[in-house]
Design a protein around this ligand. Structure first.
Ligand code: ADP
Ligand code: ZN
Ligand code: ZN
Length: 744
């Protein structure tokens, strides 16, 4: 490109990671050739008094210097020669910014690993590799029979899956002399290259795929037939029905076509299990991405996929935007899990965005779950998704048997009823494992004075403090506040403080007393904080070094406990009375998921539900007629009440140190919306949040609901540019949540 004449200036628009939804213009200084600026490259730019890393969003536009703003700053440096994001990635991010009304700079930056966001060079370590040339692949080694060492080396290369070996791998296997290697190079049979150091697995005894059963075969064929097209599949199969096996059959087809697979999981802790299974099956580099890895590890995984070196990317929500050179398939396991929804900042649903990504890439996406979300089930009914049922357990495993235990007016020993204790003893006597679920950590949720009725409350939240005996603390589970355990009542000074209610810590002590000879472990946030702790525990469980497993919803997350034959849910009643319309769905998923841990191998499992609501219709439908039927009934109720997925919601939250500001702000927002006179959008609120005071701040919310998404968008499209200009907005922190999954 010819130099720009002095009376003109080149201007570009840049996305900068700040909470303002706009692009910022910069001029291109003389030392930067505008033709080198590609959309998507990272730029270093001055912003206020600091330097920021932004993303170039437009090609340079030539403008007259006279009309250009005097305030226009020049960009500092261009960090990438080519964009690291592919054009379809940029399109997806632009869409996500519009869909979630989230600032474009923050959305763009969410696509990059932290190291790249900070402006580090996009490099990962390379290794020296030797690869057979075309001639080397073709040549019959016999031709080298007069040079036996060269013949041997050539043969060795020809038997490698990728006809490629690193320096190091070569030294470890055949230890050829330099001269032999050089001879093959000189003959043009071997090429030396620098390759990104993706660990190419050298697994020689890969497991063969299992012979699929007819339902699995059907599912596999349906997805295979849709490869290279966009289509959403919902693989609904109870735990142990062989979903992972289906994934692996399809993945192998995609890999064989030279394409990459993105596999998303809700939880970090599920990655090692799946990674191990994939490594036994596939000889391709597997990239892993989640928040417990170092910045360098994540950057390397990201670049491996971006450059097409990695075959499979296994990651959590944040891995969704990783660029893929040759995308072929997206799999999202445990699709119902609300961890796929980001609950702060850029509040996107990884499931919904993944579907949009598959659509733009024209590839299939496979959603898997034993308990699909109601939205996905409804989408299957509407034939927007194709349902692939796996109705029975693969192999010999049988489905667990449910038992409702009415504990009204029954003698209960610290949360455990007599029939439950019997069942535990019987199971242990058979040398089988017991799993006990209680979704409340700590010792007891309430500390009350027996003498005067004083209750330990958090000063900063509308919540009770939870007693933690292990750490001798009272803790708030909402703001994290901690204080030493009290010895006497602060009100009446008597030593009459009594912990009320049950937490996992307390049940653990009870079990230790009742079963002193048994090995018990507790899995909750408190016992698994240390890195690797959960993995250690899971190993102990699988090696059967443990008899009783006690834990919170961590237990509902897809781990395999093959020797567990009794599952007990101590208290699910609290879930029956939530005001959030999502609660029954979440409760049913939790019950079925926890129950799914039982009897996975060839031993039948039993599930006991302790409840004071034995006739509750929700429980009865779920247990007698199954999750599918439960979902049908619940979806019909939602339809009658015009709740999602039969309507569309956006939740505007606001908080401040005082109770008035958030309310005034939301009222002002209501006034703006009412002035628009758009029909079809219902304003529910403003009201205080279900827990109004949290961490010393007052929370209010306004729910917008519409039967047609377009009406909701019309309102939000007009509202969002105005909202920051509201005088009342200055005194609050606010956020907009599109398609909220909890109304907390
Ligand atoms: P899910 O992912 O649905 O929980 P998995 O794929 O992990 O199920 O399968 C559960 C168990 O059944 C595993 O031990 C797996 O090896 C076995 N399995 C799956 N498919 C088959 C099959 N077609 N034949 C025999 N065993 C199978
Ligand atoms: Zn007291
Ligand atoms: Zn608190």
């Amino acid at each position: 490109m010819a130099p720009v004449p002095a009376e003109f200036v080149c201007i570009v628009s840049v996305a900068i990671p700040i909470p303002v939804n706009q692009l910022f213009d910069y001029s291109v200084p003389e030392h930067i050739d505008p033709s080198q600026l590609h959309i998507g490259v990272r730029l270093r730019v001055p912003f206020g008094n600091v330097i920021k890393i932004g993303i170039l969003m437009t090609l340079p536009v030539i403008s007259s210097r006279a009309t250009a703003s005097k305030k226009l700053k020049a960009l500092d440096a261009v960090l990438d020669a080519e964009s690291l994001l592919f054009p379809h990635d940029i399109q997806l991010l632009l869409w996500a910014s519009r869909y979630y009304y989230h600032p474009i700079g923050e959305v763009m930056s969410a696509a990059f690993p932290l190291a790249l966001r900070k402006g580090h060079p996009a490099q990962c370590p390379t290794v020296r590799v030797y690869r057979l040339s075309e001639a080397g692949i073709q040549l019959d080694p016999v031709q080298l029979k007069r040079a036996p060492k060269q013949q041997q080396l050539l043969t060795h290369f020809q038997t490698q899956p990728l006809q490629c070996l690193s320096d190091k791998a070569l030294a470890l296997t055949v230890t050829p002399s330099r001269a032999t290697v050089n001879a093959l190079i000189d003959k043009g049979l071997l090429i030396v290259a620098a390759q990104i150091a993706a660990p190419i697995p050298q697994n020689h005894d890969l497991q063969a795929p299992l012979l699929a059963n007819p339902e699995q075969q059907h599912a596999i064929e349906q997805v295979r037939a849709a490869l290279q097209h966009f289509r959403v599949f919902l693989l609904e199969g109870i735990t142990g029905s062989g979903k992972t096996e289906v994934y692996m059959h399809i993945i192998s087809t995609v890999l064989a076509a030279g394409q990459q697979v993105l596999v998303l999981l809700p939880e970090i802790t599920l990655t090692p299990q799946l990674e191990a299974r994939f490594k036994q099956r596939f000889n391709v580099p597997i990239a892993i991405s989640h928040s417990r890895l170092t910045d360098t590890q994540r950057q390397t995984a990201w670049l491996h996929m971006q450059q097409g070196v990695g075959g499979i990317l296994l990651g959590t929500r944040s891995a969704l935007f990783t660029p893929l050179k040759n995308p072929g398939l997206i799999i999202l396991d445990e699709e119902h899990d609300s961890s796929f929804k980001q609950q702060d900042g850029f509040r996107f649903s990884a499931r919904d965005v993944a579907i949009m990504r598959a659509k733009r890439l024209k590839i299939p996406i496979l959603l898997g779950s034993a308990t699909p979300s109601f939205e996905s089930l409804e989408n299957a009914v509407q034939q927007r998704y194709q349902l692939l049922p796996l109705p029975s357990r693969a192999g010999q495993a049988t489905e667990p048997h449910f038992l409702i235990l009415d504990i009204r007016n029954k003698k209960i020993q610290e949360g455990l009823s007599a029939p439950l204790l019997q069942a535990i003893k019987a199971t242990l006597a058979k040398n089988e494992q017991v799993l006990i679920f209680l979704n409340r950590r700590g010792y007891a949720p309430t500390l009350i004075c027996h003498s005067c009725g004083w209750v330990a409350r958090c000063q900063r939240c509308d919540a009770n403090l939870v007693t933690h005996y292990d750490k001798r603390q009272l803790r708030c589970h909402h703001c994290g506040d901690e204080q030493p355990l009290l010895q006497q009542c602060p009100a009446c000074k008597k030593a009459a403080l009594t912990p009320l209610g049950l937490g996992t810590e307390r049940i653990e002590k009870v079990l230790q007393n009742l079963f002193p000879a048994q090995r018990i472990i507790r899995l909750d946030q408190d016992t698994t904080q240390r890195k690797g702790a959960l993995e250690d525990y899971l190993g102990q469980i699988n090696r059967q070094e443990v008899d009783i497993i006690l834990g919170t919803q961590m237990l509902a997350k897809g781990h395999h406990f093959p020797n567990v034959t009794l599952v007990a849910l101590l208290d699910v009643d609290s879930g029956l009375f939530s005001i959030d319309f999502h609660a029954p769905e979440k409760l049913a998923q939790l019950i079925v998921q926890v129950a799914g841990r039982a009897g996975r191998a060839d031993k039948p499992g039993k599930v006991i539900l302790q409840t004071r609501q034995p006739d509750h219709p929700l429980l009865l439908t779920l247990i007698r007629e199954g999750y599918q039927r439960f979902a049908e009934v619940a979806l019909r109720e939602r339809k009658d009440a015009a709740l999602p997925p039969f309507s569309y919601q956006a939740l505007l939250r606001a908080l401040a140190m005082d109770a008035d500001s958030p309310l005034l702000f939301l009222q002002a927002v209501c006034a703006v919306i009412n002035a628009m006179q758009v029909a079809g959008v219902l304003l529910l609120g403003p009201v205080s949040a279900p827990m109004a005071k949290r961490a010393g701040r007052y929370h209010y919310q306004l729910l917008l609901q519409a039967d047609r998404r377009v009406d909701l968008r019309t309102v939000l499209d007009q509202l969002m540019p105005q909202i920051t200009r509201l005088r009342e907005a200055k005194k609050v922190r606010w956020s907009l949540d599109i398609d909220p999954v909890d109304l907390y």
